[in-house]
Write a protein that binds this ligand. Sequence first.
Ligand SMILES: [Cu+2]
Length: 324
Amino acid sequence: MRSLLPTSVFCLLLAGAKAADVAIDWTAIYDNGGPQTATATVGDTVTFTWSEKDGKIHNIYKNANKVDYDACAKTDGTMEAPDATSGTWSWTPDAAGTFYFICEVGSHCSSSGQKVAVTVSAAASDPCFPSSATVILADGSSKRVDALLEGDEIVAAAADGTLTTDTVSLLSIAQPEAHAAFFLSLTSAANTSLTLTPEHHVPVGPSCCSTLKQAKDLQVGDTLWVANANGRTSTNGRATSTSVTAISKSQGHGLHSPVLTRGGFPVVDGVVTSFDSIEKVTLAKHGLEPLITACKATNMCEQFRALFLAGDRKYVDALRRLRL
Ligand SMILES: [Cu+2]
């Protein structure tokens, strides 16, 4: 009997860390002259805190650049938190880069080393679609990805571009409560609009579907493959090419990604997409169905998920191990 468990979890594990809290002890940096570096990821909450000690006053001043920071310069920057004997200031970086902060009081920066350079890296976003994305069921009706169930048959492209259907597997991702730092929306000449995380792969190029690019690497004019202009309702036929006409940042709720049992390329919002790199998709095509059958027979699917989702290397290891 087909299981109707909700498709499961784990964008998080596929792609790494979610927004985190980064604490900067401003008092300790004053007392110890450091540490003067910190790291964060776009979307993290970076909180500076200083507490009452010996009546000393501190503030937080953001330097305009590294030269000013190195020189403890007090001009051309921005006062982020005013003079106070205790305080807290939080900042959520929305872009990658290095950002420079000093205490602008007296010689706290120059003599006491009360300064910190925060290096912010881009968020490793999850390869997912927002909850509002839709897929096409085998009967031609459309369904939001947040309503997908394991076992649903959805329209997908095969590696040669033939449109077919494939089965939503228990390795699919469904995190309705999660959100990405941002999504990209890709509009095409075929009137499709696909919203996905920047790391998500899509088939591109002169033939569907084995050449993949991540959404963040796409440019206007690149070729995408679509089921048809209005969303295909037949499973006969082939994906057709169109071109990207616009790329924009957008917001959305939820993180979802159908991973298909036979390694198909799911058609989402009318566009042929790929749940991962071509290596993983190819492995899925050759190995996922028997492995899922095996894990269900042995009650090992939770462990299999953990292995599958923990990264490329562990995925390959999992396949080998489970074939023993
Ligand atoms: Cu200070």
